[in-house]
Design a protein around this ligand. Structure first.
Ligand code: ADP
Ligand code: MG
Length: 562
């Protein structure tokens, strides 16, 4: 008796579904991509109960005739390729003919579709892969309704996460698809509330602006490059706009959102020497490559691709980003020699060691107007080394303090303990526009932020209104704080930390004295004494040192004196 059996089609589809349909967001992705392939300019996504109960994607695309509508649920049924050659020349999002049969095998599906230009249409209902009803219906475009995902696959259903997690994956998917297809309008309705509304945009920049706001885009450098068979459009961080997380990094190859380690590393490499430790650039990389030069048939959910010439792409990206960064720096930077000259004029040089600051990183507006007025007096027992380090003598040696890290430590502990925060009502409450995802997660967690003396409420349309703030962070980059707080709420936090601690660390990091701001005698004394009072004065909340001490003994050793 043979032990090998050819599996029945239903089981085959369920297995295929296991690869493609991981969670509600995967259904949303596949349906949106079908709508895009059908030439839609307007796509509406409706979900109930984070897509666990219902996902409906409606479009104004080409639609299908009766015959195609009946065929589209068959395995390996696709209109997007027919010969082997086609496989190496793919210009559509889909091509495997697997999504609809996979979805239909693990849920209850209804499709209503009608060919563009014809008055008739068809409605088909399928549950667990079995056709239940076929009716005539009228429809312009296509609407696919997916109910009770995994109703017949309890093991899979058990793995679904909470509604808010699943919903964030859905929003993430819609955001990514919208970024890769700026000309298409997208609406996402969750539990009857409009949560994303993006009218058709003129291009990538406008779409990024719609999603993240104008201020966000102003921190990006635009790049475009055309080498015939490879075309690059990119928006990347300028040298003042780095983040604590990799949350704003996107790669699109021929409009397909993908992950690609080599492209990411080219971007990081371009910022070498500029990117502070633990910080990450924002990037939106759009590559258009002649289809035969890129293999998209590598990953079942099409999240990865393989390039014919990976190295060339790496080099092209690296040189283009490096070039823009260089231009940005030369446009906004003041050469170091001028900085030194200015220092001489104010007489600061007496005690000022020669230092090689990354002054070229700062645009004119941020450059040292204040430091020139820095009240330097030789009697003051401290000295600035560069813009961040303060050297103090005493206690039988030399202490070097990183004033930024020290301030972070002080603020972090104050935030956690809720003491000395002096939160006050703002005379003019501040409106902050954030991305929709950030908006939703922050509104869900206002109580947590309230513990830090930050009072936030809803202002509608992805805008938050901040009504009170602790003194220490009033001047801080509020948008940065909120955006970072949101990524912290959305992403996995380090296991050795509580959410509250991680949030406090992020807020402290954004709020503490900026690198370029030199403190005066009084502030330095205050800083040193406040640092002494903290529980862990030697490390900032991210574990970097706040101060280093070199005893006379250490110095003797370093100078090889016994
Ligand atoms: P693929 O997209 O890989 O071809 P799918 O299973 O996702 O496979 O879809 C099967 C076919 O159904 C598609 O090739 C397309 O012809 C048709 N189809 C699916 N969704 C739509 C839609 N929204 N509008 C028009 N045709 C569609
Ligand atoms: Mg498809």
């Amino acid at each position: 008796m043979p032990r090998i059996k050819v599996l029945p089609p239903d089981l085959r589809n369920k297995i295929a579904a296991g690869e493609v349909i991981e969670r509600p967001a995967s259904v949303v992705k596949e349906l949106i991509e079908n709508s895009i392939d059908a030439g839609s300019t307007d796509i509406k996504i409706d979900v109930l109960y984070a897509g666990k109960r219902l996902i409906r994607v409606s479009d104004n695309g080409s639609g299908m005739d009766r015959e195609d509508a009946l065929l589209c649920f068959e395995s390996h049924a696709t209109s997007k390729l027919s010969t082997e050659d086609d496989l190496f020349n793919i210009t559509t999002m889909g091509f495997r003919g697997e999504a609809l049969p996979s979805i239909a095998s693990v849920s209850k599906v209804r499709i209503v579709t009608g060919l563009r230009g014809s008055s008739g249409g068809i409605s088909i209902e399928i549950a667990g892969g079995v056709v239940k009803e076929i009716r005539d219906s009228s429809s312009a475009g296509t609407s696919v309704e997916v109910r009770d995902l995994f109703f017949n696959l309890p093991a899979r259903k058990k793995f679904l996460k909470t509604n808010s997690t699943e919903l964030f994956h859905i929003m993430d998917t819609v955001t990514k698809e919208s970024l890769s297809h700026p000309h298409v309008g997208f609406t996402l309705i969750t539990d009857n509330k409009e949560t994303i509304s993006l009218p058709s945009a003129s291009g990538i920049r406008e779409r990024i602006m719609q999603v993240y706001g104008e201020e966000f885009v102003s921190g990006l450098l635009g790049i475009s490059y055309d080498a015939g068979e490879i075309r690059l459009t990119a928006l990347v961080s300028n040298t003042l706009n780095f983040r604590n997380m990799r949350s704003h990094q996107f790669i699109f190859i021929n409009t397909r959102p993908v992950k690609d380690a080599s492209i990411s590393s080219a971007v990081y490499k371009a910022y070498e020497g500029i990117l502070p430790h633990d910080r990450h650039p924002v990037f939106f990389i759009y590559l258009d490559i002649d289809p035969p030069r890129v293999d998209v048939n590598v990953h079942p959910a099409k999240r990865e691709v393989r390039f014919e010439n990976k190295e060339m792409i790496y080099r092209m990206l690296l040189s283009n980003i490096q070039e823009s960064v260089r231009e940005y720096r030369s446009e906004y930077a003041r050469p170091f020699s001028q900085t030194a000259e200015a220092d001489i004029q104010t007489g600061v040089t007496g005690g000022y060691p020669s230092f090689n600051t990354p002054s070229a990183l700062f645009p004119q507006s941020h450059v040292v107007a204040e430091p020139l007025d820095f009240p330097y007096m030789p009697s003051i027992p401290f000295i600035y080394l560069g813009e961040t380090f303060v050297a103090l003598s005493g206690k039988g040696g030399l202490t070097i303090v990183d004033h930024h890290a020290a301030h972070e430590r002080i603020l972090f502990e104050r935030l956690l303990k809720g003491v000395s925060l002096n939160s006050h009502q703002l005379l003019f409450p501040r409106q902050v526009k954030v991305s929709h995802k950030e908006y939703a997660i922050i509104l869900e967690n206002t109580r947590l932020l309230n513990d830090f003396g930050i009072d936030i409420s809803d202002f509608g349309h992805d805008t938050l209104i901040v009504r009170s703030l602790p003194d220490a962070i009033e001047e801080a980059d509020l948008r940065g704080i909120l955006s970072d707080a949101a990524s912290c709420l959305l992403e996995n936090i380090p296991p050795d930390r509580s959410l509250k601690e991680e949030l406090a660390a992020r807020i402290a990091c954004h709020s503490s004295v900026r690198g370029r701001q030199l403190l005066n005698q009084e502030s330095i004394s205050g800083l040193i004494s406040d640092l002494e009072k903290t529980e862990h004065p030697d490390q900032c909340p991210h574990g970097r040192p706040t101060r280093l001490f070199f005893s006379l003994e250490d110095l003797k050793k370093m100078f090889k004196r016994k």
